[in-house]
Design a protein around this ligand. Structure first.
Ligand SMILES: Cc1cc2nc3c(=O)[nH]c(=O)nc-3n(C[C@H](O)[C@H](O)[C@H](O)COP(=O)(O)O)c2cc1C
Length: 147
């Protein structure tokens, strides 16, 4: 029997200082480490970075996600980490990405406008589902644009 699949959605605030180019380079480094580590433990997902906010979806086995997220939470390159949801799910939504990077897009800007203005996301499952759906949409759009 296959082990149940879980999905964790969180958002956090950037703590990487410096010029935009330096920040982008650091984020690329985070992404490379994420892809390497996640691939090894069968975790997939997507990372969005916009308006000083990270949003991330992690999916995989519960123990793999917990271990990965514990490491992520301790990372001083971001802070104010808010979990929006951690639930069982029937199928992975980012099966082809050990960590997809969702760049700047109108959807992301709309999504993050409110938190950048400091009102925050609502920490409930509806919000988790909404963010997750938007991220999946952006990933699918980027995948078809790249094809
Ligand atoms: C916003 C953010 C998202 C991250 N996502 C992941 C991730 O999905 N997987 C991962 O292994 N590390 C992730 N990291 C990096 C971890 O905090 C940590 O630096 C890394 O796992 C250490 O890996 P290494 O020992 O192979 O360098 C993330 C860090 C930040 C700031």
């Amino acid at each position: 029997m296959t082990r149940p699949l879980y999905r964790l959605v969180y958002y956090s605030r950037n703590r990487i200082a410096g010029a935009p180019g330096d920040v982008a380079q650091t984020v690329q480094g985070i992404l490379r480490a994420s892809q390497r580590n996640n691939f090894e433990v069968g975790v997939t997902g997507a990372l969005l970075f916009n308006a000083g906010i990270f949003a991330q979806v992690l999916e995989g086995r519960q123990d793999s996600i917990s271990a990965t997220f514990e490491r992520i939470q301790r990372d001083p390159r971001h802070g104010d980490v808010h979990v929006l949801g951690f639930e069982q799910t029937s199928a992975p939504s980012f099966p082809n990405w050990s960590m997809a990077y969702l760049g700047r897009s109108r959807e992301a800007e709309n999504l993050f406008g409110s938190i950048a203005a400091d009102s925050g996301f609502r920490p409930d499952s509806l919000e988790s589902e909404r963010i997750f759906r938007i991220m999946r949409e952006i990933a699918l759009e980027e995948e078809s644009a790249a094809a």
